[in-house]
Design a protein around this ligand. Structure first.
Ligand SMILES: [Zn+2]
Length: 443
């Protein structure tokens, strides 16, 4: 299995680098303009009045015309850095920029104050919620067929997810990188120090089975993912007449991306969450593990697309996780055989891993763990293969460190907990009656 080592290789979202690169470019341009400016000052002063006289400006030009615009651009970039908790980066850019003024000084002071105001998050409770791909057409999902009840229990609708986000933001939650919740010393896992603004609580969001399985095709879900011209992950939705549209509200990922763009304070340094895939019907809606059903060119295109989507996810703050290859009950029962493990590990390694990038998180199928335990040979095999973060299901969202891996339970914010066990949700997050979709059939 493709992996990272238990030494805990860290990977930050890449977009901050783009922001920094952008700032570097702006600074370079500013520096260049300033250099030219300086050269002019020491240049042929005699020509200046002539030029000024010929164009006859009534007010003297006291600054290069682009100075205000460039400062405004840099200020806006630094404002975004500060709002998204990139304090060091903002401080560095603001203290080295040319054309400082009272406004840039104020933002610099604000960034320094916020950085100094970060506090150690000491509460034992970390938060991890999970979803499946969102129901985006309720009439199709809850149409009374044999799958409707399952969707009612295990799925969340777009209506509900969109209503939860402001409540989570108001509740002080901030999306936090699960990989930054653990560190390894000589291979031993322990909680890594978390520093946040006072009152903020670290939240992980994961989405299971982002495969858009065949059985869901006519049930009101997106069909697959894709990437737009700006590098954002989009959902492809099929209309009844078969035409496909790219949308930004067809699943958790683009909705959360847009929400964080609007509310950068909801994401700690650009982190979003975890997209978990199985393998038996490929990934993100592309059947890359059934290549015998396609011609070679189509197969290659699908593999390229899965890789492109994985890269776009990672570049926009997402992780990709393994949700097992088979999603079989032998995980839950703890009866998986070595033969089964080996067979599907091989398929994952050969047919999935090359298109997903580095994967260190295992999201167990059906929340499997209780019948396995940390010493089960299958868990040992996973950890040794680099899956040093293991996430089953448990509404207490307990996190523990099991020797050489981190174990973190997740709470399902689906029909079961929102409707049947609302107190579980209320205890940590919000009153589910504020978000429950009126289209849900009765349980
Ligand atoms: Zn699943």
């Amino acid at each position: 299995m493709k992996h990272l080592s238990s030494r805990g290789r860290k990977r930050r979202p890449i977009w901050p680098l783009y922001v920094l690169a952008g700032i570097a470019v702006v600074l370079a341009v500013l520096a260049l303009i300033k250099t030219v400016d300086v050269l002019d000052i020491f240049g042929d002063k005699a020509t200046e009045p002539t030029v000024a006289a010929s164009t006859a400006p009534t007010a003297p030009i006291t600054q290069p015309p682009d100075e205000a615009r460039l400062r405004a651009e840099l200020l806006a970039e630094c404002r975004a850095l500060v709002d998204g908790y990139f304090y060091e980066e903002a401080i560095s850019a603001l203290s080295t920029m040319p054309y400082k003024n009272a406004e840039t000084d104020a933002l610099l002071q604000e960034a320094r104050g916020l950085k100094d105001g970060l506090v150690l998050y000491e509460d034992e409770q970390l938060y991890h919620i999970f979803f499946h791909s969102l129901v985006i057409d309720n009439a199709k999902a809850f149409d009374g067929d044999q799958r409707a009840q399952g969707y009612n229990e295990y799925m969340t609708t777009r209506y509900e997810f969109e209503r939860m986000l402001p409540l989570l933001l108001e509740g002080g939650f901030v999306l936090y990188d699960i990989k930054e919740m653990v560190e390894f010393t000589d291979g031993v896992a322990a909680r890594k120090e978390i520093r946040l603004p006072p009152g903020k609580k670290p939240l992980v969001i994961s989405i299971d089975d982002v495969c858009y399985y065949d059985y869901m095709e006519t049930d009101g879900f997106a069909s697959r993912l894709d990437v737009d011209a700006d590098g954002n992950v989009v959902t492809i939705v099929k209309d009844d007449d078969g035409t496909e549209r790219a949308t930004y509200d067809g699943d958790v990922m683009p909705i959360l991306d847009a929400f964080v763009r609007e509310h950068p304070e909801f994401s700690w340094r650009g982190y979003k969450g975890i997209v978990a895939v199985t393998g038996y019907q490929g990934a993100y809606g592309y059947r890359i593990t059934d290549l015998d059903q396609f011609d070679a060119e189509t197969g290659k295109k699908m593999q390229d697309k899965v890789l492109e989507i994985s890269n776009a996810l990672r570049a926009t703050g997402w992780d990709v996780a393994c949700h097992s290859y088979t999603h079989n009950q032998y995980w839950t029962k703890g009866t998986i055989s070595e033969e089964q493990f080996n067979k599907y590990e091989k398929r994952w390694d050969e047919e999935m891993a090359p298109y997903l990038g580095e994967v260190s998180i295992f999201i167990s199928p059906n929340g499997a763990y209780a019948n396995l335990g940390k010493n089960h040979w299958a868990i040992r095999r996973l950890v040794e293969s680099g899956y040093v973060i293991y996430c089953p299901v448990g509404s207490g969202m307990q996190t523990s460190y099991q020797g050489d891996f981190m174990l973190q339970d997740r709470m399902n914010l689906d029909g079961l907990n929102l409707v049947l066990y609302p107190e579980r949700v209320k205890k940590f997050f919000f009153d589910p009656s504020l978000v429950v979709d009126p289209d849900r059939p009765p349980f």
